[in-house]
Write a protein that binds this ligand. Structure first.
Ligand code: CA
Length: 310
């Protein structure tokens, strides 16, 4: 073999190895049912054209998925948001002619998706909860002034509140909490979540940090989350997440939600080295470079659903 051909052959092989294996197979994310994304608190409405699910819909569509991004009240109770999501699911079914959807919800979007699957399981193939607030958030507890007595010093409580204020201000462009945000905080508190779970118990773990049922009323349930509040020094939100993570003491958390609280149905993993915003590839792709990219995890989940015939 002459030298040039040999060099070209080696370069070709290296290029092939650099491609992720999944991109060889078209249709890797081609689920039977459309994928419907349900956002968490604050839909980033005030920071211009930046999409909440940064780079995620396009990555899923590139390999065959039909993806719909929904928009519900930025901050409101789970039931109010759930009804809004249900309306949009019906519209998506009408437009696509599909019989069901695969719901993926982040943060408050997790319980919001669960609400839809609970009241209309016939319209839902699966629910995937990402960093979902399924058993409440201690940050919401602190916000509502119902932190476990004596567990945190006043200085720490102030730090947590300041951290949360910075996050809210950054995501919503508003420095103060609205009335609706308080309704959201009630839904996201530990007490509020447990109340919601009693009414809508599908796939919620029955033990404190176990898994839930993998399938209920014909709906498959999954969850995954991060467990590292500070992951990238270039991301301006990370210091605030480090502050809010103080609410959890030594408990594993992603800055806003404890790993155990994120559990729903089949737990894919609850300890990715990601924080709550890394889970949606924010801020604008600034995530932990030493961890699997979150976009890859969404693609893997789409492939899992596809392989299940969903
Ligand atoms: Ca980040």
């Amino acid at each position: 073999m002459n030298k040039t051909i040999k060099r070209k052959a080696i370069a070709f092989l290296i290029a092939m190895m650099a491609l992720p294996a999944s991109s060889w197979a078209t249709g890797y994310t081609q689920t039977k049912y459309p994928i419907v994304l349900a956002h968490g608190l604050f839909g980033f409405d005030n920071i211009g054209p930046v999409e909440y699910w940064y780079g995620i819909p396009s990555a899923l569509r590139a390999d065959g998925a039909k993806v719909y991004v929904t928009q519900v009240a930025a901050a409101n109770s789970t039931e109010v948001r759930g009804e809004q999501l249900l309306t949009q699911v019906r519209q998506i079914l009408a437009v696509t002619g599909a019989a069901k959807v695969n719901l993926i919800g982040h943060s408050h979007g997790g319980p919001t998706a669960r609400y839809v699957a609970s009241v209309r399981p016939d319209l839902v193939a699966s629910v995937t909860s990402v960093g979902g607030v399924n058993r409440g958030s201690k940050v919401a507890d602190v916000l509502l002034g119902i932190a476990p007595a004596g567990s945190l010093s006043n200085a720490v409580l102030v730090s947590i509140s300041n951290g949360l204020a910075q996050i809210i201000s950054f995501l919503s462009g508003k420095p103060n909490l609205s009335q609706d945000a308080l309704a959201a905080a009630n839904s996201l508190s530990t007490a509020g979540s447990l109340k919601f779970n009693a009414k809508y118990p599908e796939a919620v773990p029955t033990s404190a940090c176990g898994e839930g049922a993998y399938q209920v009323n014909g709906v498959a349930y999954f969850s995954w989350s991060g467990a590292k509040p500070y992951t990238n020094f270039l991301d301006v939100v990370d210091p605030a997440l480090a502050l809010t993570s103080l609410a959890f003491g030594s408990e594993k958390n992603d800055g806003l939600v404890a790993s155990c609280s994120s559990h729903l149905g089949k737990v894919i993993r609850d300890d990715y080295a990601m924080n709550h915003l890394d889970e949606v590839n924010q801020t604008i792709g600034l995530v932990n470079i030493f961890e699997t990219n979150p976009v890859t995890i969404y693609r893997q989940q789409a492939n899992r659903l596809k392989n299940m015939g969903l």
